[in-house]
Ligand binder design. Structure first.
Ligand SMILES: Nc1nc2c(ncn2[C@@H]2O[C@H](COP(=O)(O)OP(=O)(O)O)[C@@H](O)[C@H]2O)c(=O)[nH]1
Ligand SMILES: [Mg+2]
Length: 199
């Protein structure tokens, strides 16, 4: 009699070729972030340019978190960084917002409305000086929200951890650590955004 067939097992690497975390944010190792087979090449790793996405990428976060600097590093905003005074569309590439819009609840409607135009929202937090965000605020937004802790070139592990806790408390399940100044962590973020931009 033939031996019973063993259950099929996937051999899944924790990290992909760029060293970025593999698997979905809920921890199922047998699917990629969007349910694709693990290890499937993303558009971003195939050299796709985030600037060619049909929809913009939106950034929200406290004043001076590094939102505009991050957009510039991703090639989605002006290189010359000035204080962002209003909600701004950088052509169809990105939607930049001033930190005050997150600090003052009467602006929330504008954030929510414009978030529906974006393929994703980055909730940006200063890794050096994190602040506590309103609980579950990300759930009100109309696109997928990804957390980004910036300034990791300046920040120590304790404040970075605090920033991540704040993002989690805001209802965000997936967070990246980056420094647009040194380039740390950007490759993994770009890879993930590539998956979302052309989903
Ligand atoms: N060292 C360092 N400085 C950063 C980083 N990101 C932003 N900055 C600086 O932080 C300040 C505020 O950045 P900005 O992008 O204007 O913040 P925004 O108000 O969130 O748009 C600027 O002086 C940036 O040069 C980072 O990752 N590392
Ligand atoms: Mg700004």
């Amino acid at each position: 009699m033939a031996a019973p067939e063993k259950p099929r097992q996937f051999l899944v690497p924790d990290k992909d070729a760029n060293g970025c975390a593999n698997g979905d944010p809920k921890g199922n190792p047998n699917v990629g972030p969007l349910g694709e087979p693990p290890g499937a090449p993303s558009r971003a790793t195939q050299g796709a340019d985030l600037g060619t996405a049909e929809k913009p990428l939106m950034v929200i976060g406290p004043v001076s978190a590094g939102k505009s600097t991050l957009l510039a590093a991703l090639g989605l905003g002006p290189k010359e960084i000035k204080k962002t005074e209003a909600l701004v569309y950088n052509r169809s590439l990105s939607i930049d917002t001033p930190g005050e819009m997150l600090a003052i609840p009467r602006f929330y409607n504008a954030l929510i409305l414009n978030s529906s135009r974006a393929y994703a929202v980055l909730m940006v937090m200063n890794g050096q000086q994190p602040i506590w965000l309103p609980s579950k605020i990300a759930l009100a937004l109309k696109s997928r929200v990804i957390g980004v802790v910036t300034k990791i070139d300046l920040a120590g592990p304790e404040t970075v951890h605090k920033a991540e806790l704040s993002l989690k408390n805001a209802g965000i399940e997936e967070t990246f650590r980056v420094s647009p100044v040194t380039g740390q962590g950007l490759e993994c973020l770009v890879e993930r955004l590539g998956d979302l931009a052309w989903a």
